[in-house]
Ligand binder design. Sequence first.
Ligand code: FPP
Length: 245
Amino acid sequence: MILINPEKVPKHIAIIMDGNGRWAQKHALGRISGHRKGAEAVRRTVKACRELAIDCLTLYAFSSENWLRPDQEVRALMGLLKNFLKSEIPLLGETGISLRVIGEVSRLDKSLRTLLDQAVEATSMNREMILVLALSYGSRDEILEAVKKLSLKVRQEGLRPEEITKEIFEDNLYTAGLPEPDLIIRTSGEYRLSNFLLWQCAYSELYFTDVLWPDFSREDLLEAIADFQKRQRRFGLVNGQEMRD
Ligand code: FPP
C-alpha cells in the first residue's frame, strides 16, 4: 500500500501515455487493442486524479508526429477519442471536471472537432479539475505559433519587442491560463519528452516508469505522487530561500 500526503499532491500532472503498442505485442494482440486498453487506463487515471483532488491533468493523447502512423491506426485512435468523449461527458459533469484541448485542432476531422467543442462547452463551468487533452500536439509547433502571433502583434498592433515578457509569451501558447505541470509522468521505460510541453516543463519533476500505459493503475499513480513528494523543489533557488507556491 502506497501512502501519500493528501495535502501535498501535485497541482498539475501531465502524462505521456506510452507503450500501448508494446502492451498489445506482449499479449499477442493488434496495436489497436493496445490503444483500446489504453483508453481504459485513461478513464481510470482521470477518476483517480479527481479523487486525489489534483487540479489539472494533461494527457498526451495524440502528437503532431502521430499523423504519420498507418491510416488505420490513426482512424482507430480518433474513434477511441470520439467514444471517450461521448461516454465521458456526463461523468465529467457529475464529477466537476472541465475539458480543454491543446494542439493543432484544425487538423482533426470535423465530427471530432464538433464533439470536442460540445464537450468543452458543456463542461466549461466545472471547477473541480481541468482535464487537458493534447491532440495533434507538438511543443515546437506551439512555440513557433506563439512567436508568429507575437510577430503579428509587433507588426500590426504596435507591440514593442522589448515589452514581450514571459507572461505575454505564455498567453500566446496553447496552454494559456493553465498552471505549469508539477509532475510529468512517462510510461513504458522511455526517457524522453517527445515534443511535449517543452516550454512549460522548465521546473517540472520528471518521473519515468517501466509500466506500459494500458497497465497503468491507481497504485502506479500513487507511486509517482509518492516519489514526487520526496523531491526537493528549488526552482533554481537555494534551500531556505522562499519558493514559489
Ligand atoms: C503511445 O503508445 C500512445 C499513443 C500514441 C496514443 C495514446 C492514446 C490512448 C491512450 C487511447 C485514447 C485516448 C483517449 C484520451 C481516450 P504507442 O502506440 O506509441 O506504444 P508503443 O511505443 O509501445 O508502440
